[in-house]
Design a protein around this ligand. Structure first.
Ligand SMILES: [Fe+2]
Length: 483
């Protein structure tokens, strides 16, 4: 079955279909029929429109959702800048990126030692562009050991959030419903949608993962071109929450009834602001539209590859893409390297050596990546690497030598069994944050850096030399015109 066998079993219902128009009611009859804004919506609900594109965006891009809720989102106190240093504000305020030509690789970033929720555990690693201009993206890691308060919610005003869990399942409540998101699943929470991340099971467990914040546009499925009408990530495999709501008058509500306020936090231009409101933000009884959170099981990705020789460009592994103004050029691609068969013959099977105009941030969800050695000091789950625009990279020496020495004829081989690496790729030059350059493995004095300073030396410092100059061939002046 091309479905991941998750340790944590599913507990929610979903609607299926990427970029489809969905409608859902937690109480039958809560959606008005035939119009969006009746004088009195059913059951005394308010109608509230949430738009993800300009009203006048062309139909194929236009995204909006109508919410039918107990109290509109506008009913809250003024926002104040979040001063609590345990929140992510410090990371978000970090706008002085370092633009560097080097190749970088990191060990897993440290787990929190004090109670830290999803928002407090976000740290920015790299980024490009400017959320105030709705251009570019941010790349983050998160590590948390505590649920967000059940009387709190967070939303990004800066962009859509693509969350990629590496360790630990996330129980995510959004205004539009619940999603269980486990390692080897991803989810996207669009700009403006309020959500809460809860832990499952052991309250001391640490959850860890990666996040891409997309400042411009929205993710799409990549075009399939000659592949045809199916393949890669198929639209029907994306899962969208069904409506679910809390009611402050309901004594069975998951929120406590102590009369305290709900805290709403939002990220605006890298800073976190906080407001309070006396009512739950999770009070949407029904909604209809095409602007919503969704999740996807990476095990359902239909991998395409060569069946003759020379593997295709890794764009063949694109799950989601966010296009720039230039056709075929992405502000952000989300690309995975899942288990797959390699059957190409007389072929160098790992990634070839390359320098790309696109910038590549890679992470590893589980297992070992076939182009890099695993284990301590290598590319390990929870770690990351960055190959910025035009920085050269490729397999490390041992991986290269092993691939070149594969006996002929090359036999079909399954690579990546039990493994999944991924890449956030962008056409933009990525800046690296101070935090990513200076983070250490623990808070103890003298703790080693998370940044692997010997990455380049270890990977490519001693690449074997295979060159064999044919006897008598060529000369140093072969490019010169002869008399
Ligand atoms: Fe690459």
């Amino acid at each position: 079955m091309p479905v991941t066998d998750f340790t944590v079993k599913e507990k929610y219902r979903y609607q299926n279909g990427f970029d489809c128009y969905h409608e859902t009611e937690a109480i039958a009859g809560a959606l008005p029929v035939g119009q969006n804004s009746p004088q009195k919506p059913p059951y005394g609900l308010y109608a509230e429109k949430l738009s993800g594109t300009a009203f006048t965006a062309p139909r194929h891009e236009n995204r909006q959702t109508w919410l039918y809720r107990i109290t509109p989102a506008c009913s809250l106190s003024p926002f104040r800048l979040e001063e609590d240093r345990k929140t992510a504000a410090d990371a978000f305020v970090e706008k002085s990126f370092h633009y560097l030509p080097d190749q970088f690789r990191w060990d897993p970033f440290p787990a929190p030692t004090t109670p830290t929720d999803f928002v407090g555990g976000l740290q920015q690693v790299a980024g490009a562009g400017d959320p105030t201009l709705k251009q570019g993206l941010g790349i983050f890691v998160y590590a948390a050991n505590t649920s967000m308060d059940v009387r709190s919610a967070f939303y990004s005003s800066d962009g859509d959030l693509l969350i990629v869990p590496q360790d630990g399942a996330l129980d995510i409540r959004t205004e539009l419903g619940w999603m269980l998101v486990r390692p080897l699943e991803i989810c996207v929470i669009p700009r403006g949608i309020r959500f809460q991340v809860l832990m499952l099971g052991d309250s001391n467990a640490v959850v860890r993962g990666y996040m891409l914040e997309l400042y411009q546009g929205h993710f799409q499925l990549p075009e399939l071109g000659p592949i045809g009408s199916n393949g890669l990530a198929n639209a029907r495999d994306f899962q969208i929450p069904v409506a679910a709501f809390d009611d402050d008058d309901d004594k069975k509500s998951t929120a406590t009834q102590d009369g305290s306020s709900y805290v709403i936090r939002t990220k605006v231009n890298h800073r976190v602001y906080r407001a309070v409101q006396p009512h739950t933000p999770f009070d949407v009884v029904a909604w209809h539209g095409n602007y919503y959170p969704y999740k996807y099981d990476l095990g359902r990705f239909n991998v395409i590859g060569t069946i003759s020789f020379d593997h295709p460009d890794p764009s063949i592994f694109t799950v989601l893409t966010a296009p720039s103004e230039h056709v075929g050029t992405a502000v952000a691609d989300f690309v995975i390297f899942p288990p797959r068969w390699l059957v190409g013959e007389n072929t160098f099977r790992p990634p070839w050596y390359h320098r790309n105009t696109m910038s590549e941030y890679m992470g590893l969800l589980t297992g070992a990546y076939d182009a890099k050695k695993a284990g301590a000091g290598g590319f390990v789950p929870g770690g990351g690497s960055l190959h910025n625009t035009m920085s050269g990279h490729g397999p490390d020496g041992p991986s290269c030598e092993a691939a070149r020495n594969e006996p002929q004829p090359q036999q079909p081989a399954k690579v990546g069994a039990g493994s999944c690496a991924f890449m956030f790729e962008t056409c933009l030059m990525l800046g690296v944050t101070d935090w990513a350059l200076k983070a250490t493995q623990s808070s103890e004095e003298g703790s080693p850096s998370v940044l692997q300073h010997d990455y380049v030396t270890h990977s490519w410092g001693k690449l074997p030399r295979f060159w064999q100059r044919p006897e008598g061939a060529g000369s140093a002046d072969s490019h010169l015109l002869k008399e």
